[in-house]
Design a protein around this ligand. Structure first.
Ligand code: PMP
Length: 356
């Protein structure tokens, strides 16, 4: 039986992506060859990379707007240092919003390159909300934020209007909701939530912000070099890119981000409705900042944990325990998780209420 997979990442992907990518490993495009045994420079794979890059821009509404899309290796964590390497001037400074473990990781790397101003932080409250009312220094080289905090279950609903480049780590909510993506100058996202398997990172960058910081950048860390090489500067992670393409095609066929956002809203409303109604549970994050991707919640009385855990496991649910820094539970409701899976969890929460 297929499990109801609430894993925070790597995570559930559309079933058709699993099936089509398995097929491509056996016989890619009816070529008699596996996707894994052909040259990345072959016509068939170059077509995959080209389509994946174009489709990412199309889905974000950024086609023809001066942006380039790259599929690189190294994870979102590599972007923590590629961003300052490419955008922070020698002797310059950058502004960061500290909303969680990953934001803090990005700040740590930026400090290696120059003055790094943390404009606001919710660390003292265990990152249970998104700070507001902060000021971004107008003379910073860029502003960096994290749109969705995977561990703590908070999500930015508003982004500051600033006149400096805006960089956003969208690893855990890319392609999940409509935003004016043209307000961002650089977006990055590890594939392993809403896009594909681990192993590649999508970078969407406005070309005009590059090449201006005066640093000598090692080739593999230089966005401009990767753009010039059409995301093939070296051998790309062919399987993660192919599976990402399949997921992007799935999303396009579904009606794109607008369509998936409606489903994501329905899933989040169903689960948060139950968390708020059920006297046994409470949410971990500030209500106005709750994430539609990762819902963090706790039992009011830990004594019920063993019963609840046994019940959700028996219902075929997987991946529900919270991150150790929050405890309790985290239901990750990425794009590919169906509404029916959320209903199963809600039914278990209601059954627990009846059982005790
Ligand atoms: N940013 C966010 C928001 C994340 O959730 C994660 C990982 N889950 C990362 C960055 C780090 O990603 P990676 O493991 O691909 O380096």
């Amino acid at each position: 039986m297929k499990k109801h997979n609430y894993s925070a990442g790597p995570c559930i992907l559309p079933q058709e992506v699993f099936e089509k990518s398995a097929q491509a490993i056996l016989n890619f495009n009816d070529s008699g060859l596996s996707l894994l045994e052909i040259s990345h420079r072959s016509k068939d794979f170059v077509a995959v990379m080209d389509e994946a890059r174009a489709l990412a821009l199309e889905l974000l509404g950024l086609e023809g707007k001066g942006y380039s899309a790259l599929f690189l290796a190294g994870g979102a964590s590599l972007e923590f240092l590629m961003v300052p390497y490419n955008l922070m001037k020698e002797g310059g400074k950058a502004a960061y919003l500290d909303t969680g473990t990953w934001a803090a990781g990005a700040i740590k790397e930026a400090k290696l390159f120059g003055e790094t101003v943390t404009v606001a932080s919710s660390k003292e409250q265990n990152y249970n909300h998104i700070p507001k009312g902060y000021t971004v220094p107008a003379d910073a080289d860029y502003f960096h934020c994290t749109s969705n905090n995977t561990i703590f279950g908070t999500q930015m609903k508003e982004f500051p209007s600033v006149d400096i480049p805006v960089v956003c780590d969208m690893s855990s909510d890319i392609f999940s909701r409509e935003l004016d993506f043209s307000k961002f100058d650089l977006i990055y996202a590890g594939a392993q939530k809403n896009m594909g398997p681990a192993g590649t990172t999508l970078i969407v960058v406005k070309d005009e912000i590059l090449g201006k910081n005066g640093r000598i950048i090692p080739s593999m860390l230089d966005y401009a070099k990767h753009i010039k090489a059409e995301s093939m500067y070296n051998t790309p992670p062919v399987f993660p890119v192919y599976a990402s393409l399949l997921t992007l095609q799935w999303l396009k066929n579904l009606g794109g981000i607008a369509a998936i956002e409606k489903i994501n809203n329905a899933k989040a409303a169903l689960l948060y409705g139950e968390i708020d109604r059920n006297p046994l549970f409470k949410g971990a994050a500030a209500v106005e900042d709750r994430s539609n991707m990762n819902a963090t919640f706790l039992l009011n009385d830990e004594a019920h944990a063993a019963t609840f855990d046994a019940m959700w496991k028996a219902a075929g649910i997987s991946g529900l325990p919270g991150h150790r820094s929050v405890g309790g539970y985290r239901a990750s409701m990425y794009n590919a998780l169906p509404l029916e899976s959320v209903q199963v969890l809600v039914d278990v929460m209601q059954a627990l209420e009846k059982a005790i």
